[in-house]
Each structure stands twice: as C-alpha cells, then as structure tokens.
Design a protein around this ligand. Structure first.
Ligand SMILES: N[C@@H](CCC(=O)N[C@@H](CS)C(=O)NCC(=O)O)C(=O)O
Length: 114
C-alpha cells in the first residue's frame, strides 16, 4: 500500500478527515465502509480494523491503523504534510498537542491490519 486509506461513508463524520487530507494535499484512497447501522457485513468488516465498529478509520502507508477523529486530526496535523502546510500548530489545538491527549488517542498496532 502506497497511500493512506480512509474508511468512511458518504455524509458521515469521515468527511471531516477527508477534508483534512484534501487540505494538506495528502494522497488517499477512499473506501466506502457502508452503512454500519444497517449492514451487518459492513459492520463486521470495519470491526476488523476498529473494534468500536465506527468510521473514520485511517490506515497509513505503513499499515498503522488510526481511529477517533481527534486522534487522526492530531496525527495528520503533526505529520510532515501538516507541518509543511501550516508551519505551526494552531493555538486552538493546544489540548491535542498535550501529553494527555496523546496518551488517550486511539492508535492500534499495524499488526491488527494483517
Ligand atoms: N468518537 C468517534 C465517533 C465516530 C462515529 O460516531 N462514527 C459514526 C459515523 S459518523 C459511526 O461510525 N457510527 C456507526 C456505529 O456506531 O455503529 C470519532 O470521533 O471518530
């Protein structure tokens, strides 16, 4: 896998992460996870990546699986892409930059994706 893969669904909260990827110019593939409320198979599939059974899920090129919009936002913002685009972290994100937020973020090991 060479690009990020974003699991989401049209009109759902994954749009927030998609907007960030576009904003930062990060190449990604969008994977429609389906309607997780109505499609049991889709829910089972996404649970293989995110045990919470929710989108957004962002899979990095190295296979790392990221969940939780705030944690993904922090990760993208502090990636080389985010740093290049913004230069510095917006003040409003100071909580996200704290150790507290970092330790509560929901990162899963790449091995869960294999
Ligand atoms: N705390 C999560 C919430 C994610 C969330 O609520 N996702 C919804 C769609 S916007 C979902 O996947 N719902 C399906 C379900 O809960 O079964 C985040 O911020 O990413």
């Amino acid at each position: 896998m060479e690009t990020y893969r974003l699991y989401g669904h049209l009109g759902w909260g994954s749009a927030l992460i998609e907007a960030q990827l576009v904003w930062y110019g990060i190449a990604y593939e969008f994977v429609d996870a389906g309607n997780l409320f109505e499609d049991g198979a889709a829910l089972s599939d996404i649970k293989k990546l995110n045990p919470a059974g929710q989108v957004p899920v962002l899979v990095a090129p190295n296979g790392e699986v990221m969940t939780e919009s705030a944690a993904i936002t922090l990760s993208v913002m502090t990636s080389p892409f985010g740093a290049t685009s913004t230069g510095t972290c917006p003040a409003g994100f100071s909580f996200l930059m704290s150790d507290n937020a970092a330790s509560s973020s929901n990162r899963l090991p790449a091995s869960i994706n294999s």
